[in-house]
Design a protein around this ligand. Structure first.
Ligand code: PEP
Length: 233
């Protein structure tokens, strides 16, 4: 299974910057073994695009219903029509979602052939009071789909956009907790950058990374990709 590198652009970048980014990435992708998934805002999704097998487009959310009166929402079928292959679900910046919403979304995505990346992660208060295990277990129990293919992203909320990341043994411990609920791949997200990626790659059970701010600039993102390639392949 190739190492998964997911870029979460959040609400950043206009369509032109995404088209530019993806064409630069396409130019490099033949020399890359990792699987790259770039998740821009919905409005940046291209009408038609030719992508290599190891480069694809993901979404940052979807709805679990096929259609209906859900203002501002996007269905899985709409994403599929735009050649989207992956969808990030349960990101901590989408605070109004319940665990059950996330599970329903993941199941709807799987049913339609999209690969969900289901986020779990504790907040700073829970981390400080030693409740990480309890939180991760509860989220795994209530968010993960019963069957089908998906990936779990461990994203400690206190590490997102802060420059602080857990040490490798703490990440390994959480990966083991997640693996006690599922045999699916686990990736890590939270302040991943070109300075810390090499160290993160020492984590044996790590199947990929989810990158926010360091994915917005092509050179910065590509530098991370190159380090992954150099160390793993
Ligand atoms: C994220 O938002 O999923 C994320 C990992 O962001 P950052 O890399 O900026 O911490």
């Amino acid at each position: 299974m190739p190492f998964l590198i997911v870029a979460n652009w959040k609400m950043n970048g206009m369509r032109s910057s995404f088209v530019d980014f993806i064409s630069k990435m396409s130019g490099k992708s033949s020399g890359i073994t990792s699987r790259l998934v770039i998740c821009p805002p919905f409005t940046s999704f291209p009408d038609s695009i030719n992508l290599s097998d190891n480069l694809s487009i993901g979404a940052q959310n979807c709805h679990y219903k096929q259609s209906g009166s859900y203002t501002g929402e996007i269905s899985v079928a709409m994403l599929k029509e735009l050649k989207c292959t992956h969808v990030i679900l349960g990101h901590s910046e989408r605070t109004h979602e319940t665990d059950n919403d996330i599970k329903l979304k993941a199941e709807a995505a799987i049913e339609s052939g999209l690969h969900p990346i289901v986020c779990v992660g504790e907040n700073l208060a829970d981390y400080k009071s030693g409740k990480t295990q309890e939180v991760i277990e509860r989220q795994c129990r209530n968010r993960l789909p019963i069957s089908g293919e998906y990936t779990v992203a461990y994203e400690p909320i206190w590490a997102i956009g802060t420059g602080n990341i857990p040490n490798n043994s703490s990440i390994t411990e959480v990966i083991q907790i997640i693996k006690s609920f599922t045999d699916k791949n686990v990736i890590y997200g939270g302040s991943v950058n070109s300075e810390n990626i090499e160290n993160l790659l020492d984590i044996t059970d790590l199947s990929g990374v989810l990158i926010g701010s360091a994915s917005l600039d092509f050179d910065c993102f590509y530098h991370i990709v190159q380090q992954v390639e150099k160390k793993l392949y």
